[in-house]
Design a binder for this molecule. Structure first.
Ligand SMILES: Cc1cc2nc3c(=O)[nH]c(=O)nc-3n(C[C@H](O)[C@H](O)[C@H](O)COP(=O)(O)OP(=O)(O)OC[C@H]3O[C@@H](n4cnc5c(N)ncnc54)[C@H](O)[C@@H]3O)c2cc1C
Length: 266
């Protein structure tokens, strides 16, 4: 393990968090560390956290072995899609322009519409060795994985689909182009989309300091410049309360809030 400083106000996609000591993990036998960070595209991290853990470049790899792709936990999504395109491999087209590392995608069961990573995964590697998908509990934007994901394994299916990539690129055109962590809330089980109920309670474009619910897509909590962790949390609470009052819906964060010493990512 080696250490380096990371400024999360620059590194994280939502540009919040300040400077922290990052412990770079180089060996697979590490057990569990809090918090483990991938590309920091789905997290809101408090200034209270002074240290984080992150997989080193040693885990940035894609290997082909007996008809399976073995992808290291630190491998960026863009590199995976490019590799699939070059080698005519299907099933990662949805990850085009989804900012992520493989570890973060697996932990979050990331995806777009009906495409999500657990549709395609075969197994993951943690300190316990390889674990089959059938032994992992997962659902929409969540998994039960508590350990560090060192690798994901995927059966190779031929046929990269450029049309799908183009479709996802168009889909991104309707999303805000400023600092955010993607969707703030999961879509509720009820008939509404999260963005719809946020808009209906009057919070589309609503700002607190430099943080706000985007006027382009209300489910994106965006940072207009010097947004703070506290203002982000206040906005999240405000939306949850208003939506509960008006629709009796309990909005659940998709964004992972990292604070103190306990994991709140579900
Ligand atoms: C503009 C924008 C658009 C987005 N659009 C989408 C979208 O369409 N669909 C979607 O699903 N997501 C979307 N996201 C969210 C984000 O891209 C995904 O959640 C992605 O999977 C996060 O990956 P990451 O490596 O950045 O993880 P991080 O944000 O660093 O971490 C996310 C979670 O994964 C855990 N984690 C990270 N690495 C590991 C590891 N190696 N082992 C164990 N746990 C780990 C962290 O502890 C944390 O709980 C978007 C984000 C942005 C900024």
């Amino acid at each position: 393990m080696y250490q380096k400083e990371i400024n999360f106000s620059k590194f994280s996609s939502i540009k919040i968090g300040g400077i922290k000591i990052a412990n770079y993990i180089e060996d697979e036998d590490e057990k569990s560390h809090y918090p483990i960070i991938g590309g920091a595209n789905n997290i809101l991290i408090s200034n209270d956290i002074k240290e984080v853990f992150i997989l080193s470049k040693k885990f940035d790899y894609i290997k082909i072995n007996n008809g399976y792709l073995h992808i290291g936990g630190a491998t960026p999504s863009g590199k995976i899609v490019n590799f699939c395109k070059k080698n005519n491999i299907a099933n990662f087209e949805w990850a085009y322009s989804l900012p992520a590392s493989l570890g973060g995608m697996v932990k979050m069961n990331a995806g777009v519409k009906e495409y999500e990573i657990f549709n395609y995964i075969d197994s993951i590697k943690t300190y316990q060795g390889y674990i089959d998908k059938k032994n992992i509990d997962f659902s929409y934007r969540r998994t039960s994985i508590k350990d560090i994901i060192y690798e994901g394994v995927f059966e190779i299916k031929k046929g990269f689909n450029q049309e799908l990539v183009n479709k996802f690129a168009n889909f991104r055109a309707n999303q805000p182009n400023i600092a955010s962590a993607g969707s703030c809330f999961k879509n509720p089980k009820e008939k509404y989309f999260a963005g719809e109920v946020i808009e209906k309670v009057g919070l589309k474009g609503y700002r607190l300091g430099d943080m706000g619910f985007s006027d382009v897509h209300s489910n994106f909590l965006v940072n207009y410049g010097k947004g703070s962790f506290d203002d982000a949390i206040s906005l999240i609470e405000l939306a949850k309360n208003k939506v509960k009052d008006k629709f009796d819906i309990d909005l659940e964060e998709e964004i992972v809030i990292l604070k103190g010493t306990s994991i709140n990512s579900k």
